[in-house]
Design a binder for this molecule. Structure first.
Ligand code: TTP
Length: 188
């Protein structure tokens, strides 16, 4: 039995897309907010999966954490609309990185990996930024945008995994599960 330790509807959709049978249970961990983007997402993914695994013996638990970064500067989910506007101004017209850490926990064993995707955003006008932030789509998304949503029109190019940007790098997760001996999907 696989448990997705997440409240994110995007992560649920991605796992459903590949035919994975799972249940989900959001974790309530206090997330680490300091450190390099890579270290931070790896630590948080493990915290999330570890918390749920602690009360679910003999179950495979998947945790993930996504942040946007410009170099070592990390952007998580915005606090409010004004914060979303300020993040979008910083991302406008430049390339940034999206990091997702993944962790797989089974009893006291764990496996970890991460993925990074380079994303190039178009130059946005103040009007575009304000209208998009007012749509509310920003609020539960790292970096204040959703590549799978309305802001897809702002994304010029990506280099790396698309599913990683949405919140769960499916190929890396599949490979990690194979290494650990967890059947993510039923294979014929
Ligand atoms: C950059 C980007 C992020 N996101 C989302 C994915 C994640 O849900 C969210 C980052 O926040 P996270 O803290 O990684 O995850 P979460 O709080 O939504 O869910 P949980 O901790 O319970 O697993 O941003 C998109 O949906 N599209 C995007 O283009």
């Amino acid at each position: 039995m696989i448990i997705l330790a997440s409240a994110s509807p995007r992560r649920r959709e991605l796992l459903t897309q590949i035919g994975c049978e799972f249940i989900f249970e959001p974790s309530e961990t206090e997330e680490v907010k300091t450190g390099s983007p890579k270290k931070l997402v790896c630590e948080n993914a493990l915290l999330k999966a570890g918390q749920i695994a602690a009360t679910h013996k003999d179950m495979w638990v998947i945790g993930a954490d996504t942040v946007v970064a410009i170099g070592e500067e990390v952007y998580g989910k915005p606090a409010d609309e004004a914060d979303a506007i300020s993040m979008l101004r910083k991302l406008s017209g430049r390339s940034h990185q999206v990091y997702t850490g993944i962790a797989l926990v089974y009893n006291d064993k764990y496996w970890q990996d991460f993925s990074v995707t380079e994303v190039e955003m178009a130059v946005l006008t103040e009007k575009e930024i304000e209208r998009y932030a007012a749509s509310g789509e920003s609020l539960d998304k790292a970096g204040s945008y959703a590549i799978q949503g309305k802001s897809a029109v702002f994304i010029k190019k990506i280099d790396g995994s698309y599913s990683n940007v949405v919140g769960l790098p499916l190929h890396k997760l599949y490979a990690l599960c194979k290494k650990a001996g967890c059947n993510l999907i039923e294979e014929n």
